[in-house]
Design a protein around this ligand. Structure first.
Ligand SMILES: [Zn+2]
Length: 425
């Protein structure tokens, strides 16, 4: 039987078969963007090498690099020839022009706000951190905090706002980076906030927002262990549990930008109450507030109510180290739930590497050998080894670097792709 032609007149769909990939999608990017990305990734690279790596003619590379140099995005740099030891004429390579742009990356969290300024080559110019009380803020206070932080880091760098091209801003919670909306964040009182446009207006610079777990993933992808990997997961355990995922060297955000909410996948029907308002979420068993809640009940710490979560956690950790059974079983249980979450990630995505990130990772009870054994039990049994799981207990500075990477990629796409303009009111 012949396939039926749709009755709504959409004859187009009957032509051809297979995926219809738009001509300028990620797969076929314009050559000058490919050249720029390659130069930035390499640091310094001669034209000949560039042509070889991209599989195009040296003439095409020359045209593309000429355009990029005229746009002020890349420059020629002298490098010593291999084995030259300083004799003879140095070779010419291409590099990103560091002064072409400077961007700010910021991470707002319940504990502190952190910012970095980096140049167009991704090198750190200045950083600053402002500790804070873990209160939920209204939009105006959050914008005030952002502005104070921006002014402080600018002063440290000896720069003014007009020297900057964009701001990457990370907040925890449900964030759609492309629309700049924050649907829920534990640091904000209101839901569904147009944070990107509000911050852009307040700071007078284009502001790109993202979920903080995506930022730490970008930091690994741009500056860390993920630079050479095509598919990997970053699971963050801090005040909440987050995840970022890289598929084919690109961060994956989902159809509406809200994917990868590992912390809010359900691990228990009608389970513990989560900060998001629902029950049974993974983070309601693993995140620091969950551990502190457990400790208050199990160890009868009613006298400690009102103490900060980090003090409670330190105390819980000390008890566990000293052999307190109740304290140990709290970490043990959290570790088992973490194993459920991580084995689900392995079963769904089959990553090359899983990075566990966040300051809480120094609580080694959370990630003990028992947790690894549990992951093995829960991951599909194929006889193949588990993907390596690395612990990167870096702090907020790294996350802010990820925010800077977000701003850098927005600025370079803006300059490289016609029709994509960053808004700054
Ligand atoms: Zn939740």
């Amino acid at each position: 039987m012949m396939p039926q032609v749709p009755k709504d007149g959409s004859a187009e769909v009957t032509k051809g078969c297979g995926p219809l990939i738009p001509p300028l999608s990620e797969i076929t990017r314009p050559l000058r963007q490919q050249v720029f990305d390659r130069v930035r990734a390499a640091g310094q690279i001669p034209r000949v090498q560039l042509a070889k790596e991209l599989g195009v003619s040296p003439a095409s590379v020359t045209t593309a690099t000429q355009e990029l140099m005229e746009a002020g995005l890349i420059e020629e740099v002298s490098v010593l020839r291999e084995g030259d030891q300083g004799r003879g004429r140095p070779a010419v390579a291409l590099g990103v022009r560091p002064d072409a742009h400077r961007v700010v990356g910021m991470k707002l969290s319940d504990r502190e706000h952190t910012a970095v300024i980096v140049d167009f080559a991704g090198r750190l110019i200045a950083d600053d951190t402002i500790p804070r009380r873990p209160d939920v803020m209204d939009l105006n206070s959050l914008l005030d905090a952002t502005e104070t932080l921006l002014d402080r880091v600018c002063a440290k760098a000896g720069l003014s706002r007009s020297d900057l091209s964009a701001v990457g801003l990370g907040v925890p919670g449900f964030v759609d980076s492309s629309s700049g909306r924050v649907f829920w964040s534990p640091v904000l009182t209101a839901r569904d906030v147009a944070l990107s446009s509000a911050a852009t207006q307040r700071l007078g610079l284009p502001v790109i927002v993202d979920n903080d777990a995506n930022l730490v993933t970008l930091a690994e992808l741009w500056f860390g262990a993920g630079r050479r990997l095509s598919d990997f997961a970053v699971v963050t355990i801090e005040h909440g549990v987050g995840m970022g995922y890289v598929i084919n060297h690109r961060i994956y955000r989902g159809f509406t930008g809200l994917g990868m909410e590992l912390g809010h996948t359900k691990v228990q029907l009608d389970g513990a109450l989560c900060r998001c308002g629902q029950r049974g979420c993974l983070e309601a068993y693993v995140a620091d507030y969950a551990l502190a809640r457990e400790a208050t009940t199990a160890l009868n710490w009613t006298n400690k109510e009102g103490q900060s979560i980090s003090i409670l956690l330190e105390s819980l950790y000390d008890h566990a180290k000293a052999g307190n059974t109740a304290a140990r079983s709290i970490f043990r249980r959290a570790g088992r739930y973490l194993a459920v979450g991580l084995s689900n990630v392995i079963n769904i995505f089959d990553p090359e590497l899983i990075i566990l990130s966040g300051e809480r990772m120094r609580y080694d009870y959370l990630y003990a050998n028992e947790t690894l054994a549990e992951i093995k039990n829960l991951a599909i049994a194929t006889g193949k080894p588990l993907p390596p799981i690395e612990i990167h207990a870096w702090g907020d500075l790294l996350w802010a670097h990820g925010a800077a990477a977000l701003a850098l990629s927005a600025v370079s796409e803006d300059r490289l792709l016609p029709g994509r303009e960053l808004a700054a009111q």
